[in-house]
Design a protein around this ligand. Structure first.
Ligand code: HEM
Length: 180
């Protein structure tokens, strides 16, 4: 997983909790990198799960809730770091409708070694369905990123997660509905 995901996670921990909390997570999780992440590096996914589990133990907040919150935070950081992906984008439906064939396609050009999920998109007038398939159980991250995207554009949209297959975390369906 790209280093920026880790640097943003540690930054969220420092801002929301403290630098001491960030140090405590590294000590508790015993991640092999020792927590010395750089944005351009690549690290095992397992380190993210170890850090989030450690944060859950330290705070008492459920892992799924922490990952979702991180997704919201991460979308805000992406918006600052990649302004060109937002050119001409006016709504969450427009942005998310192109998550696979536009946004992540561009991400893949920048980072050929990125391990990106697949989203199957079905668009209707006031409804957008995003079906998530991944090698990694990060559906909670996807939910947070989607919610972060809706908040970024200030859209009146509800996001519902529907039961989908029996693959906890690595497959999920998100249905967005415009409030009338
Ligand atoms: C400007 C916007 C975005 C950028 C620049 C971006 C970029 C990235 C990058 C660099 C990764 C890490 C890949 C790796 O570690 O190998 C990633 C992963 C991921 N992205 Fe995006 N992304 C964006 C928006 C979104 C949105 C809106 C969603 C949700 C619909 C999303 C869903 C995910 C998920 C769930 C992962 C984790 C990997 C997995 O589940 O397999 N991304 N993205």
């Amino acid at each position: 997983m790209k280093g920026m995901v880790f640097t943003e996670f540690m930054e969220m921990v420092e801002v929301t909790w403290s630098l001491d909390m960030a140090d405590a997570l590294i000590a508790r999780s015993q991640v092999e990198s020792g927590g010395a992440y750089t944005a351009v590096g690549t690290y095992p996914h397992a380190e993210l799960f170890a850090l989030v589990s450690a944060l859950s133990m330290e705070t008492g907040v459920a892992v799924s809730e922490l990952v979702r919150t991180f997704g919201k935070h991460l979308f805000g950081r992406f918006a600052l770091a990649y302004p060109r992906f937002f050119l001409g984008m006016n709504s969450s439906f427009q942005f998310l409708g192109g998550i696979d064939c536009v946004i992540h396609a561009e991400v893949r050009k920048l980072y050929p070694d990125a391990e990106l999920p697949t989203f199957v998109v079905e668009a209707g007038d006031n409804r957008l369905s995003l079906t998530y398939y991944s090698e990694h159980p990060l559906a909670d991250l996807a939910l947070g990123l989607i919610e972060g995207c809706v908040a970024h554009f200030g859209d009146a949209v509800t996001v519902r997660r529907e039961a989908f297959n029996n693959m906890p975390g690595a497959q999920a369906r998100f249905v967005l509905t415009r409030k009338s």
